[in-house]
Design a protein around this ligand. Structure first.
Ligand code: PLP
Length: 399
């Protein structure tokens, strides 16, 4: 009997669907930490930066001057914003999408991902997730009553293993979710591996859902190529992106999806049924972000690179206790702990209770993640320093 069913009257019992999903550990660990108190965080993936002032000013002005800014927008989003997104996709990735019929603004990348899964995955359909992967990719497939099928990333460097993806394909496979740079590994997929997976998608007539949330934050390498740019892929891709991290807009809840018109027609049905439209003030924020100065993004990327280097240095000092693969993008490191055989949930919980440091158990990111802790370096350098000082004292006291 599931945890929801015990003691509940039949009519208020959770659905079969809801019983298949869990609140992700990324959200759970800060709740445990709030109970314990006094914690510093390497947990949730939120960069410390405040929303840039020019974005706040533009939205405040618009809210004061334009009464329409407090109302619903058109269902796929404000035309000016869709146009701005179309030109970014063209300029940065060489992707041509019609702003009128192939781009929709969503409530963060999260809603776009859910639209893609609910629009194309039926009960029992299999969705391939290169893993470790973003926990919500798993939960969303389960919410649709689909079956997540994990294709392990290569353990040596968390790179995309096209052979593992090929082995995971069955007649029930419907889609592959790709995310580069990845959460929780920070891997930027190799062009050749990505091309090989796209070939598989074409050969087996699969949809590719490309989560490009972290495309702007790579270290010493170019923005990864979108799978939708490979020959023959446009018609079978849903490209998803977010304004959350790139422009320090996590709380505003705005992202987008781009897909060929027949796919978009289905995506928009889910968007309409779930959200009507993305929040209009947040859409104005996204428009101000795209039309304003981009040096704010460069500054944040540089700060994240310094934090990555700091995190790697501190992990190197603890090499007797952890090893890791240096991330090529995003702001996460999967640190493999060598000091315990306990499950990652137990280790992460003890770190909160005994060392007052929040990390995310690697096991929550699918197979391959167990035995690791995901460390986010979105926080200020002082917080990262303090977290490592506490972890260092804790592991040494245990040893
Ligand atoms: C890989 C990935 N996709 C999507 C999201 C959600 O982004 P948004 O805030 O735009 O919904 C996150 C947030 O952490 C993420 O890590």
């Amino acid at each position: 009997m599931s945890r929801h069913m015990a003691g509940q009257a039949p009519k208020t019992r959770g659905s079969r669907r809801v019983n298949l999903v869990e609140v992700s550990a990324t959200k759970l660990m800060p709740i445990i930490a709030a109970r314990v108190g006094g914690c510093v965080s390497l947990g949730q993936g939120v960069p410390s930066f405040a929303t840039p002032p020019h974005i706040v000013d533009a939205v405040s002005r618009t809210l004061r001057e334009d009464p329409a800014s407090g109302k619903y927008s058109l269902q796929p989003g404000m035309p000016a914003l869709r146009k701005a997104i179309a030109s970014v996709l063209d300029r940065e990735k060489g992707l041509r999408y019609s702003p009128e019929s192939e781009i929709a603004v969503t409530v963060g990348a999260m809603e776009a991902l859910l639209c893609a899964i609910l629009a194309f995955v039926d009960r029992g359909d299999e969705v391939i997730l290169p893993a470790p992967c973003y926990a919500s990719h798993i939960e969303q497939v389960q919410l649709a009553e689909g079956v997540p099928v994990f294709a392990s990333l290569r353990r040596a460097d968390w790179s995309l293993d096209a052979e593992a993806v090929r082995r995971a394909i069955t007649p029930r496979t419907k889609a592959i979710v790709l995310c580069s740079p990845g959460n929780p590994t920070g891997t930027v997929f190799d062009e050749a591996d990505m091309a090989a997976v796209c070939e598989l998608a074409m050969a087996h007539d699969l949809l590719v859902i490309s989560d490009e949330t972290y495309d702007y934050v790579t270290y010493g390498r170019p923005m990864p190529t979108s799978p939708a740019t490979y020959p023959g892929m446009r018609e079978r891709s849903v490209v998803i992106n977010s304004f959350s991290k790139k422009y320090a807009l996590t709380g505003w809840r705005v992202g987008y999806m781009a897909a060929a018109e027949p796919l978009m027609a289905d995506l928009l049905k889910i968007h309409d049924a779930s959200a009507i439209c993305a929040p209009t003030p947040a859409q104005h924020a996204a428009l101000a972000a795209l039309s304003g100065p981009q040096d704010v993004v460069d500054d944040m990327r540089q700060a994240l690179e310094r934090r990555r280097d700091l995190c790697c240095r501190r992990l190197d000092e603890l090499r007797d206790y952890f090893d890791y693969v240096a991330p090529g993008g995003a702001f996460y490191i999967m640190a493999r702990y060598k000091f315990s055989d306990a499950p990652s949930m137990e280790v992460a919980t003890r770190l909160i209770e005994e060392a007052r440091v929040i990390t995310i158990p690697g096991g929550s990111f699918g197979p391959g993640g167990e035995g690791h802790l995901r460390l986010s370096f979105g926080g200020e350098e002082s917080e990262i320093e303090e977290a490592f000082a506490r972890i260092g004292r804790w592991v040494k006291a245990k040893a």
